[in-house]
Structures are given as C-alpha cells and as structure tokens.
Design a protein around this ligand. Structure first.
Ligand code: ADP
Length: 289
C-alpha cells in the first residue's frame, strides 16, 4: 500500500534527520521505535505530506505522493505529537469543523461519521463537553477521533500514549488494535512496551536511519541463548554487552548480552524486544562516539 524509497531529509541548520529510509508497508500496525531525536517525528511528518523529503520517493498504491501529495493526503489521518484545541467549542462542534476542513461536505454523511468516531473512541457521552477541559487520555482519544474522520486508509500516530496513566494507556492500546485491523497504522514511540503489546511489525530508528525492521518477534528471537540476567562484582568478561540495570527486591540486577555465561551469578533468560532495542542503542552509541 505504502512504499518509502531512499528518503532523505536535512534541515537548513545541517541536521540530517532522515538517512536513506526505505520501508514497505501494508494493512496492520508498524511500530517505529527510537529514542528522542532519532527522527521519528520527521519521518511521520514526511509521510503525512507536511514536509517534502530532499530526495527519495513515497508511493501510495503505486502513485507518487512526493509529486502529488493529494494522492495520499485524502486517505490519511494524522495525530501529531502535540496539538491544540480551540477553547469554548464543544467536542462535537470541533469534530464537525475538522470534518468540513477534510472535505466531508454532505451533512448526513458528516453526522454519521462523527457519531461513528465518537462511539469508537468512547467519547459519545462527552460530545457536548469542551475538549480543552478533557483529561490527557480523553484528549488523545479526541485526537484519534479527528484522525479517523474521512475513513482514512493510513493512520499516523506520533507518541499517542505519552504521559497517559496505565488505565488510559491500555484503553488506547485497545482502540489502536481495533483500528489496525483494517488500516495501515504507523505508531511512533519511545515506549518499548507499547510496541510489544501492539505491533506485529517493528522498525528501530537511530540517528535518522532504520537500523533493523521486521516482524516484532523476529527482531529478538535470534537473541535466544544470548541474554543473561544476574549480578556481578568487578567487570564483565570481554565481549559481554551490558543491556540494562535495574533493581529486583532491592538488589541490583543487570541484563547482559553474551555468547557465554558472563559469571556464576547469571542465568539465561528469554530475550525481549527491549533487549534488541538496547543492543542496537549500545552498538550505535559505540559507533558514533
Ligand atoms: P524524534 O521524533 O525521534 O524525537 P525528530 O524527528 O523530532 O526526532 O528530530 C530528529 C532530529 O532532527 C533531531 O536532531 C532534531 O533536533 C532535529 N530537528 C527536528 N526538527 C527540526 C527543525 N525544524 N530544524 C532543525 N532540526 C530539527
């Protein structure tokens, strides 16, 4: 459905935010995982046709969205990382305003669509309230509702769960899962947990590049037998890579990637997407420092 071919973007101050990005995307969810500054939002804005790449091609059903952004724009819903809402206007009235801007000119079709997205996002009982008074989770659901107007085929959600409490996050997960059954959903986040819950496919982005991509499970299944958890005194053996450090029952515990058992106090554990992510981060940091 959507194909990115060798996309590059450098900002006027010389920051190269996207380097040779190529991806092929179909219905379902792609999780785009990376730390702050990796280039996720720049990639999302580029796919949303809000900024043109310096070079490369975006094909939507075989047609160039770089040459003619309208081919993608009319089938696209976008939830940016942060957005404002007008004060003193109800949720329903604001959705109606946005629906008109999206070209939903037929009144009864517009009403049907607004009611559908309100119901899907669980905002039906809050349609008369002002989004400016919504909680963080409700505001994100409002953002998703506006993105769904016009029956888009491609949905771009930039950090949708940032700052939400656990219950709202789970609620949003369920909503995103439902949407991804019939649409292509691009989910950008630095929260590994979101991707593990939601995305069948994942791309890890660092320094403006896609470092690895594939089915989420395949990204870490090949680490099997190489991830260890335990404690150590002194230093790790040669070749072992420290993935992360945490506390367990008040004792420091480390997670390590190593071909061999890194010490007597270590046990082999099942690898996770977080292990792959930290391994990418460690290797990348070593390369660029
Ligand atoms: P992420 O969404 O992964 O946090 P961004 O796409 O926001 O990353 O940023 C990627 C890089 O591009 C960062 O180094 C950021 O500082 C830089 N950047 C983003 N927008 C601009 C801009 N308008 N002008 C200059 N640099 C920018």
């Amino acid at each position: 459905m959507l194909q990115l071919i060798n996309i590059n973007k450098t900002f006027p101050d010389g920051t190269q935010a996207l380097r040779d990005i190529s991806l092929r995307l179909d219905t379902g969810m792609l999780g785009l995982l990376g730390p702050n500054g990796a280039g996720k939002s720049t990639l999302m804005r580029t796919i949303a046709t809000l900024q043109a790449p310096d070079s490369g091609e975006i094909l939507f059903d075989g047609r160039s969205a770089v040459r003619d952004p309208r081919v993608l724009r009319s089938r696209l819903g976008y939830l940016p990382q942060s957005f404002g809402v007008y004060p003193y206007i109800s949720c329903y009235a604001l959705l109606e305003h946005l629906a008109i801007l999206k070209g939903l000119n037929d009144k009864s079709n517009r009403r049907r669509q607004i009611e559908k997205v309100l119901s899907l996002t669980g905002l039906g009982d809050h349609a008369a309230r002002h989004p400016s008074n919504f909680s963080g989770g409700m505001l994100q659901r409002f953002g998703i509702a506006q993105a769904l107007l016009g029956n888009p085929q491609v949905l771009i959600f930039d950090e949708p769960t940032s700052g939400l409490d656990p219950a709202e996050r789970l609620r949003l997960h369920q909503l995103l899962y439902e949407i991804a059954k019939t649409c292509l959903v691009l989910l950008s986040t630095h929260i590994v947990d979101d991707i593990e819950h939601l995305s069948r496919h994942t791309a890890i982005m660092l320094g403006g590049q896609i470092i690895v991509s594939g089915t989420t499970r395949s990204l870490f299944s090949d680490l099997k037998g190489g991830v260890w958890q335990g404690s150590f005194e002194g230093s790790l053996p040669y070749g072992a890579i420290l993935l992360g450090q945490c506390l367990q029952y008040g004792k420091p515990v480390v997670r390590v990637f190593s071909e061999f058992r890194p010490g007597a106090n270590f046990e082999s554990v099942s690898p996770s997407l977080q292990d792959r992510y930290f391994l990418c981060l460690r290797k990348y940091t070593e390369e660029v420092v």
